[in-house]
Design a protein. Structure first.
Length: 188
């Protein structure tokens, strides 16, 4: 499998972060987005950021920034669909912008699992919970996602279950999936 296109999902409203754009929240002296880029870059061919706010600021990092093509912040699956609309035929390695400790072997382990089976998607499980925003998605899912998004928003976990995504065990590194969603998470 070729190296995937890295997709950083930064498109939300940041409601749980008090309206602040999570990608630009400082953690250990650096914005979260910079930390995610640092861990993602060696695993992918190139990086794209899905965001609906601070677009010029994200672009200033040197990566394309794609706002959702659907109104009203319909969720991360809309960001994935937008990425495929701009980069058809690409395998996507998706990660959330608020996970600065994401696994450095995420692409490798997800792709090994995809290559060994017949699923078109692989998602991480941290040993306690499914982590569907840490996903490797084959381009054959693009049309299905567009059809499923038509006229409605979808729950991420349910969509992955419906398409038969393979679950990959990352219980050896549960701390890699800690999401920094709230100001309290940053303090902890």
């Amino acid at each position: 499998m070729h190296r995937p296109l890295g997709l950083i999902l930064a498109g939300g409203r940041g409601q749980r972060m008090g309206g602040r754009n999570k990608g630009w929240v400082e953690y250990q002296g650096h914005p979260l987005v910079e930390q995610v880029i640092e861990r993602l870059r060696p695993q992918v061919d190139s990086i794209v950021i899905s965001a609906n706010t601070d677009i010029d600021r994200y672009r200033a990092l040197g990566f394309p920034c794609l706002p959702d093509t659907r109104p009203d912040y319909p969720g991360p699956l809309a960001g994935i669909a937008t990425a495929w609309a701009h980069y058809p035929g690409h395998t996507l390695l998706c990660v959330p912008v608020d996970a600065p400790h994401l696994p450095t072997d995420l692409a490798k382990r997800l792709s090994q699992t995809l290559e060994a089976g017949d699923a078109q998607a692989a998602i991480a499980h941290d040993g306690d919970r499914l982590q569907p925003l840490f996903a490797l998605l084959g381009p054959g899912l693009a049309a299905r996602l567009e059809a499923d998004l038509a006229g409605r928003s979808l729950a991420v976990g349910r969509w992955f279950r419906d398409i038969g995504a393979t679950v990959v065990d990352f219980s050896d590194q549960p701390g890699a999936f800690v999401n920094l969603n709230t100001p309290e998470d940053l303090v902890r």
